[in-house]
Design a protein around this ligand. Structure first.
Ligand code: ADP
Ligand code: MG
Length: 270
């Protein structure tokens, strides 16, 4: 099998830890993150919580080098995936992103493209070649993992834009899984969805966590409590750059937080 082929092999999904070491970030002169360090272990969902504007999305983008798309953005610190510094000068940004999928608040499938082609699209972006049979296999596998296969198996040729919002978000999850990422970053993936769709995405997250390291930003504390095993509480007080006040097992963060600000936030007193 050539190295560019799609390998329908479970082990290709083996989850690994993602580590951020002392990340500081600026937009121009404006410092928005201050020395954020966090280990996001494999087989755990890490929830990033905190008020708006404290740098959660910026931090998430730094984890897959997406902030590099913003010309004014600059960065100090390191991000390690499975023992490799993804900012190493020898690592191409496309190679780094191949291993780290991202899902956004607003579902963004290619609306005119078929459901089938939406899932396969990720392969094109990373230059992976696959036979028709491999693609068929991949589409079924990824849609199944995203909890969408049964609903769409009879209409794979219909446009992605014809699906409901919740289905579109699950299609986006399937698309991001197609390159067999080791990490899945999710930025408020349910904020635009109804409660039923939200529940379906949460089920998908629970099923994926054995094979993909998941980091999710959420403003919904009940969701953080339901889906995550670890939480990091971000804060940017009075114009100071965003930083982590407290991070730890989700149970501790909700039931025995060390910092009074964490207790206030998780109990909705912010
Ligand atoms: P959160 O996701 O926690 O709401 P963000 O990471 O979106 O926070 O934003 C953190 C800070 O960075 C905010 O002050 C925001 O205004 C600023 N910021 C975010 N994106 C940009 C950008 N593209 N250009 C300039 N400033 C930005
Ligand atoms: Mg955000």
């Amino acid at each position: 099998m050539t190295e560019t082929a799609v390998m329908p092999k479970q082990s290709a999904y083996d989850a690994v830890a993602l580590e951020a070491h002392s990340i500081s970030a600026w937009f121009g002169e404006h410092k928005v993150l201050d020395r954020v360090s966090l280990t996001m272990p494999a087989r755990m969902v890490t929830a990033l919580i905190g008020p708006s504007g404290c740098g959660k999305s910026t931090f998430l983008r730094i984890l897959n080098r997406m902030h590099e798309l913003i010309p004014s953005a600059s960065l100090a610190g390191e991000v390690w995936l499975d023992g490799t510094d993804i900012y190493d000068a020898n690592i191409k940004v496309t190679d780094a992103r191949k291993h780290i999928g991202m899902v956004f608040q607003k579902p963004n499938p290619f609306p005119a493209m078929s459901i089938y082609d939406n899932v396969v699209a990720g392969l094109k972006l990373t230059g992976t070649r696959a036979s028709r049979r491999e693609k068929d296999y991949l589409v079924e596998e990824c849609l199944t993992k995203a909890g969408l296969w049964k609903e769409v198996r009879e209409r794979l040729r219909q446009p992605g834009g014809a699906l409901s919002g919740g289905q579109q978000q699950r299609l986006c999850i399937a698309r991001s899984l197609a390159v067999r990422p080791q990490v899945l970053l999710m930025d408020e993936p349910c904020s635009a969805l109804d409660p039923t769709s939200t529940r379906r995405i949460e089920e998908t997250i629970a099923e994926l966590r054995d094979e993909v390291t998941i980091v999710i930003v959420t403003h919904n504390m009940q969701q953080a409590a339901r889906v995550s095993q670890q939480c990091a509480f971000f804060l940017a007080e009075q114009g100071t750059p965003g930083h982590i006040v407290e991070a730890g097992p989700t149970d501790d963060m909700f039931n025995a937080p060390v910092d009074p600000r964490t207790a206030d936030y998780v109990n909705g007193r912010f």
